[in-house]
Design a protein around this ligand. Structure first.
Ligand SMILES: [Zn+2]
Ligand SMILES: [Zn+2]
Length: 236
């Protein structure tokens, strides 16, 4: 290739990069962009505040943890509303609508993120279940993918222990109060599944915690000695 054509190509690349806009902040993508998001947007994957509670992963006053949880240890990797625009709130809905580039980039960051030290002590990993029709529609189950990656990192088995009844699949479109009334039997142990020892329950996002609570109750009723919770994001 002649130098002239090389420099033409590199100039063309520079022009292209200056024209491409980040799909998060709509600024120029620049160096370090990944999956259409600039480095500044990716920096929105922020860890939770140091002073957070070890059970509910929120910052609250001293004294007992006011959140209704069924575990002693719970944590999340990143703040759902970290960054501008809030990156978790951008990524997760996008991934669920088929943004495979964002999904791959997020899973790569999961592979690098520090996990809580107590995760090393679990016996098995499971994920909060998604309803079957949604799983079929999307062709993937993000919670199970995240659970599988975490299990690999910990060197523990990933076991899909939980099932969600199909009629509870419209959670996202329900009001907050309707969500809290989610019937208890909507999440159950899978037929033939055995929850034993310390189970790490994994999900993509922890908001009200109602789904995680139902999952933990099903695991404890199903024989788990202890449940611990880890999610990608915590909405605070
Ligand atoms: Zn950006
Ligand atoms: Zn707490």
């Amino acid at each position: 290739m002649r130098p002239a054509s090389l420099s033409f190509r590199s100039r063309l690349a520079a022009v292209r990069d200056s024209l491409l806009l980040c799909r998060g902040c709509l600024g120029p993508v620049g160096a370090g962009a990944e999956a259409g998001l600039c480095a500044r947007c990716w920096a929105g994957l922020r860890p939770l505040p140091e002073e957070r509670c070890g059970r509910c992963a929120l910052v609250h006053g001293d004294g007992g943890c006011p959140e209704a949880v069924a575990w002693e240890l719970g944590d999340a990797l990143w703040d759902y509303h970290g960054g501008r625009p809030p990156l978790g709130a951008l990524l997760l809905p996008g991934i669920k609508q088929g943004e495979t580039g964002w999904r791959a980039a997020l899973l790569r960051r999961l592979a690098q993120a520090p996990l809580p030290a107590w995760a090393e002590e679990v016996d098995r990993v499971t994920a909060a279940p998604s309803a079957l029709p949604r799983r079929l529609l999307r062709g993937f189950d993000l919670g199970a993918e995240v659970g599988g990656r975490v299990a690999d990192r910990l060197g523990r088995p990933f076991e899909p222990l939980l099932a969600k009844a199909w009629f509870s699949g419209r959670q996202a479109s329900r009001s907050e109060s309707a969500r809290r009334r989610l019937p208890r039997k909507a999440i159950t142990l899978r037929p033939g599944a055995a929850a034993e020892g310390t189970v790490l329950l994994v999900d993509d996002v922890w908001t009200t915690g109602t789904t995680l609570l139902r999952c933990a109750q099903a695991l404890l009723e199903g024989g788990a000695a202890e449940v611990r919770v880890l999610t990608l994001f915590r909405a605070m």
